[in-house]
Design a protein around this ligand. Structure first.
Ligand code: F6P
Length: 348
């Protein structure tokens, strides 16, 4: 059911889930645009945790001065699920009323936006903004943060190339990508990887080794393998994890596929192999110009949606246009485009 359309005075804004470059650019854009419409902005600290705990702060033009190029989020973030207990849900709803929040801009990936979607069903006006370095949200061509991550990974591949070539080694680069291999695929193509392994396509270790051997026979004495953290061999059921802990949305902490693969390759091919795990470097630092512009466009458009009473939507990039799509549409996983992945094989 549509939330009731009442006059908006106060806009709440929060950033949830894993941070990514561009979050501050969105916050700045939301605060500045809200000012134009005459709305006050209430910053909710640390994702949904902040609204449960009543941890909020007013955001003014002054609060957002100079934050455009800064990585991370001035609001802080967490992976808190306010629907985990009824008590937390009630506390969240109570605080939304207590702080006079008329509508919320929720910046996040699938977890944060799934909460936003449920809140909207509870008649709290919400607009979502698609954030994740993984680029795995449907309804949008790109999430912000992705371009920066791909740029960082491409740079890492370039650097691994020179050392791999000098030592005639196989270099494995493990990158982020829990359920989808967008970062691995795009950076792998940009960096000229010799094998790209992604969660969407389980791999056979012997096939990977055959490919690497063929390259050697062709006189290429080194190889670069990019593997997404969520990729797995065909005979493995679960993910390779680095911890037994799960977050409030039930996600395991992934990591380790690179080392597993490195060991398996060395057992099958007599070539020195080294493994690099890029980890959170991919999420840190300043956003690229592309992400700054995209984040800014998303922020401006999200306030516009609220102004028009268009709730329960996520702003999205389709072609070169910013549009609004229903939040529930965005919550299905967007897998790597098969044609793109197949194209990468031409260069193995
Ligand atoms: O969802 C984005 C992401 O960067 C994933 O690629 C990765 O699996 C996860 O976050 C890591 O989360 P954390 O920061 O909790 O270790």
């Amino acid at each position: 059911m549509e939330p009731e359309k009442k006059q908006v005075k106060n806009l709440g804004i929060l950033t949830g889930g894993g941070d990514c470059p561009g979050l501050n650019a969105v916050i700045r854009a939301v605060v500045k645009t809200a000012g134009i419409y005459g709305y006050s902005v209430i910053g909710i600290r640390n994702g949904w945790k902040g609204i449960i705990e009543g941890d909020v702060e007013p955001l003014t033009e002054f609060s957002v001065t100079g934050i455009l190029p800064k990585g991370g989020t001035i609001l802080g973030t967490s992976r808190t699920n306010p629907f985990k207990t009824e008590e937390q849900t009630q506390q969240m709803l109570l605080n939304i009323r207590k702080y006079g929040i008329d509508a919320i801009v929720a910046i996040g990936g699938d977890d944060t936006l799934s909460v936003a979607s449920r809140l909207n069903e509870l008649h709290v006006p919400v607009v979502g903004i698609p954030k994740t370095i993984d680029n795995d949200l449907s309804g949008t061509d790109y999430t912000f943060g992705f371009d920066t991550a791909v740029t960082i990974v491409t740079d890492a591949i370039d650097r691994l190339h020179t050392t791999a070539e000098s030592h005639h080694r196989i270099m494995i680069l493990e990158v982020m990508g829990r359920h989808t291999g967008w970062i691995a695929t795009m950076a792998g193509i940009a960096g000229g990887a010799d094998q790209i392994l992604i969660p969407e396509v389980p791999f056979d270790i012997d096939d990977v080794c055959d490919g690497l051997k063929k390259r050697r026979y062709r006189g290429k004495k080194f190889s670069i393998v990019v593997v997404a953290e969520g990729a797995k061999p065909t005979d493995m059921k679960g993910f390779v994890t680095s911890s037994t802990k799960v977050d409030e949305f039930g996600h395991e902490q992934l990591g380790g596929i690179g080392h597993l693969l490195g060991k398996a390759i060395e057992e099958r091919i007599d070539v020195e192999t080294r493994v690099t795990v890029l980890g959170h470097v991919q999420r840190g630092g300043s956003p690229t110009a592309h992400d700054r512009v995209l984040a800014t466009r998303y922020g401006v458009n999200a306030v516009k949606q609220i102004h028009e009473g268009n709730y329960g939507m996520m702003v999205a990039l389709q072609g070169n246009k910013i549009v609004a799509v229903p939040l529930c549409e965005a919550l299905t996983q967007k897998n790597v485009d098969t044609d793109l992945y197949e194209m990468a094989r031409i260069f193995y």
